[in-house]
Design a binder for this molecule. Structure first.
Ligand code: ATP
Ligand code: LTN
Length: 331
């Protein structure tokens, strides 16, 4: 990796079965960024325990997700792809940064408000302090850019504030990261309610396409996708169901919205939904096949994440030590 390349950091939580939203909003972009940037990616498993997890399922989900990312094209030779809980610097800097984050700032986070409504019986301190740990993830690697879906922009803004605050007190320490939100794919909506984002944790199984769904299930979900009373494939930029389908289709085929409109001129929603379903199937089936190969070779996966852990430690320990020294701790 050349030093002149900018650094990218991003992470996904192993909090459920990955959806087409995660893929188009995050993973697919990561794969494309690998050639032009120094890329560091993580499975943010420490973040995931802010919501109660079944240990067996959680453990399995982590390795499956690791395999799925490789199947999607994350290349462990090109990028550092590690598991957050294996790199002790995250929890360590996470604690430190909590002490530089204000209660008021955390109270304003929409994800905290949403998740506390969803889990009323377990509004724990981790859920509240989640953004400080996310800031630690990013700042440990001096990331210049952080590719995230639109829903994470608020957390990134807070990360910048924390970094600026720390730099203001102790002198230049952290690089101030910029969000990197791809124009298309940044917000894939639920297939059943286009005003909501497609989410792993949606209870309605028709609302989201999962990466491991069978081809016929995918086609069916798109057939049932909510549209509107028009019958013309036209991008209106109004977050309608059809806008969402055009977004998905153009993201996968790399065609612009205008090109998609032209392709489906004179055709109805039925034809279009079928085409979107087929495009998604063609994208996902090869990934599913590669996933089966990776997951059946656990030794290889373990080798990859152990190597990545060492690489991540080497970079992040330097930052952590600098931070600790500036605060006044003994190393
Ligand atoms: P949960 O349902 O548990 O909140 P999630 O589906 O939102 O999970 P995360 O692990 O929080 O998934 O997000 C992983 C990445 O995928 C983030 O970069 C996020 O911005 C992106 N992402 C998640 N959902 C979408 C979506 N519907 N459209 C585009 N990007 C998304
Ligand atoms: N909070 C993010 C996952 C995440 C992340 C990060 C993303 C944890 N740490 C650092 C970017 C950078 C989420 O829920 N999508």
């Amino acid at each position: 990796m050349s030093n002149s390349k900018k650094t990218i950091f991003s992470a996904v939580q192993p909090s459920g079965e990955i959806t087409l939203g995660n893929y188009l909003g995050a993973i697919k972009n990561w794969v494309n960024l690998q050639n032009d940037y120094k890329c560091i990616f993580a499975l943010a498993d420490l973040h995931t325990i802010t919501v109660r997890q079944n240990p067996k399922e959680f453990n399995r989900r982590i390795i499956e997700l690791y395999a799925l990312f490789l199947a999607c094209g994350i290349d462990p030779q090109k990028s550092i792809f590690f598991i957050q809980s294996q790199v002790h610097t995250h929890a360590n800097l996470g604690w430190i940064l909590q002490c530089y984050t204000q209660f008021g700032e955390l109270s304003r986070m929409t994800q905290f408000k949403d998740k506390s409504k969803k889990h009323v019986d377990n509004i724990n301190a981790g859920l509240f302090c989640y953004p400080s740990l996310m800031a630690a993830d990013i700042l440990l690697y001096n990331a210049d850019l952080v590719p995230v879906g639109a829903d994470q922009k608020q957390h990134l803004e807070l990360t910048r504030n924390i970094a600026e605050r720390f730099n203001g007190i102790y002198g230049d320490t952290f690089v101030i990261p910029e969000p990197y939100v791809a124009k298309i794919g940044a917000k894939v909506a639920s297939l059943q309610d286009p005003t909501k984002k497609m989410s792993k944790s949606d209870k309605n199984s028709n609302a989201c396409v999962r990466m491991m769904d069978d081809a016929d299930v995918i086609i069916k979900k798109f057939k049932r996708a909510v549209t509107d009373s028009n019958n013309e494939v036209k991008f209106r930029n109004e977050n309608t169901g059809i806008d969402n389908l055009i977004g998905i289709y153009s993201c996968i085929t790399s065609k612009s919205a205008e090109e998609v409109e032209k392709e489906f001129e004179g055709k109805g929603y039925g034809d279009f939904k079928k085409a979107v379903g087929e495009a998604v199937v063609n994208e996902l089936i090869p990934i599913q096949e590669r996933f089966k190969d990776y997951i059946s070779n656990e030794d290889y996966l373990v080798k990859c994440f152990r190597k990545a852990r060492e690489e991540a430690l080497e970079i992040s320990e330097k930052t952590l030590n600098e931070v600790k020294t500036k605060i006044g701790f003994y190393l």
